[in-house]
Design a protein around this ligand. Structure first.
Ligand code: PEP
Length: 246
């Protein structure tokens, strides 16, 4: 399976910084036969980043979406708008959306469906909190998040990626160990197989304090098909080291 390495800039960078990052990374040597590379800039820069990367192999996605196509939803962005900026991907259910903005599984499912219907690729984030992990609930939480978001969507399997991001590992400098992550990834693949009643071939990425030192260990572990990188993706050369770690 082709790996995928994604940069989640979160709420970082001015317009100038975003443009200069893109110009810098665009000229770098990346083996696109072996991996897909994807950037999730803030909404505000989505059209411009897409335009600058149009003639490159680097793909672009939105960090969030609202499920309605258009209407009186002040401040929201629809899948149609994301498509019109020529972005291909959308990140849904990131732990910061689930926990800071209190997004429910029901809302996440609506976002997934409307994005898929609009032709976007969806990267669904799942992951347990530290409390859930310590209560041995990791597999229950992951299974429930996946089933609530994706039940009945087997026809869209080739438009999906899942990012396994343990909440306690995001932005903390405390990554999971690759063996533990690998076990959860295998469980995610089994869950999808059961849910979709077929081998879904959905790529499962690991995210949570990935850096240029640990990227190779994650990418070499079974069932880890890519990386979703936050903090360490903010500097183009560090992100490039991660991209080229495998
Ligand atoms: C993320 O934003 O999805 C993430 C994993 O962040 P970090 O790499 O900073 O932990």
């Amino acid at each position: 399976m082709k790996k995928i390495i994604a940069a989640n800039w979160k709420m970082h960078k001015t317009y100038e910084e975003a443009i200069s990052y893109v110009k810098e990374i665009k000229g770098k040597n990346i083996d696109f036969e072996k991996k897909d590379v994807l950037i999730y800039p803030p909404f505000l820069y989505l059209c411009e980043v897409s335009r600058l990367l149009e003639d490159s192999n680097i793909k672009v996605g939105a960090q969030n979406v609202y499920f309605e196509k258009k209407g009186a939803f002040t401040g929201e962005i629809s899948p149609v708008m994301i498509k019109s900026c020529k972005a291909d991907y959308v990140l849904i259910g990131h732990s910061e959306r689930r926990h800071i903005f209190k997004e429910s599984d029901e809302l996440i499912r609506k976002k997934v469906i409307s994005s898929l219907e609009e032709g976007l690729r969806v990267m669904l984030c799942v992951g347990e909190t530290l409390e859930e992990r310590e209560s041995q609930l990791t597999f229950n939480v992951i299974e429930s998040q996946i089933k609530l978001a994706l039940a009945g969507l087997e026809d869209y399997a080739d438009k999906l990626e899942i990012a396994y991001e343990p909440v306690w590992a995001i932005g903390t400098g405390k990554s999971a160990n690759p063996e533990d992550a690998s076990r959860v990834h295998a469980f995610i693949k089994d869950t999808l197989k059961e849910l979709f009643k077929k081998d879904a071939n959905v790529r499962v990425l690991y995210g949570g304090s990935v850096n240029s030192q640990n990227a190779k260990d994650f990418l070499s572990a079974p069932n880890i098909d890519g990386l979703l990188v936050g903090g360490a993706s903010l500097e183009p050369n560090t992100f490039l080291e991660i991209i080229n770690a495998f």
